[in-house]
Design a protein around this ligand. Sequence first.
Ligand code: 5GP
Ligand code: MN
Length: 340
Amino acid sequence: MDEKQVLIAKELLATPKKIVIVGHKNPDGDAVGSTSALSLFLKSQGHDTQVIVPNDFPDFLKWMPASEDILIYSQNVTQANQLIKDADIICTLDFNSFTRVGDMQDALTNATADYIMIDHHQSPDDYAVLTYSDTTMGSTCEMVYHFIDAMGQTNHISEAMATNMYTGIMTDTGSFRFASTTAKTHNVIAHLMETGIQHHKIHEQVYDSSSPERLKLLGIALNNMQIFPEYKTAFITLTQKELDDNKFQKGDTEGFVNYALSVKGIIFAAIFIEDRKNNITKISLRSKGDFNVNLVSRAHFHGGGHNNAAGGKSDHNIEETVRYFISILPQYKDQLLAHA
Ligand code: 5GP
Ligand code: MN
């Protein structure tokens, strides 16, 4: 944050405020971690806070400190709308456009509160009095740490806040391996560890909590993988029937797409997941190096994200979506093959 932004933040938070903190639809570790950490921090500063997310989040994040206090909009519409209406300040974390909050979009558009945005995605919309946007950051949780630092308050970071921030940094950096991980990230992690967090437990709770059905589904996903070496591309498919046969639970397919990216020589990976209930095919895209999947998702799949991780959807069935995906590969051939 620059000096002007710090002054705006300090002024906004100078007296106790009613603050609503919002994460994006289908909340991930960074969304749950950043909203919960900021909520705990602002509470410790005397503010009245409430985290609201559009819909439920996976069980492997439900152990996170204060995650039980998160209000799920889809299950509490009236109460959530009232909180949004009454808020003095609304902080939007880990997203930068109201199109990312599903059914909460109208409530946010109509709110009279001052907005604070903390986010690391590309192309932020212009709705906040304080837009703290930094696309070089690997996670919003790391930005929440820098926000607290800018307020001169890192000595007030509790173990619970630190556990939340560690979790989001860990999940959004692929356990500190993506290019977005920097020395600065590790410095933040070092300070978070000094608060006494049990980092090994965090890794276990997030990554070693699979049901046997999830691992069977992974087996099917890997079996369905198709590889196109001539485009350095691999993709995975999962049909609704395959999900149903393996008692699919929210979050079960998290990380599957990375297996396609782990094939030697592959720099572009995708997963296509059939969603019969909503009549769509959900898509996750991942890449290595300069190949920009945010642009691919924006151009072809009504989505977006980061250079190396993006998501989107198609209104066509899974077979048609896959056929379409294969059909667009030639237009990216030069870029895909340019990767060393
Ligand atoms: P995932 O593939 O894990 O769902 O998402 C990867 C990244 O893409 C995340 O940063 C997420 O915020 C972003 N993303 C996922 N789905 C969408 C979408 O429908 N629209 C936009 N703009 N971004 C998305
Ligand atoms: Mn994030």
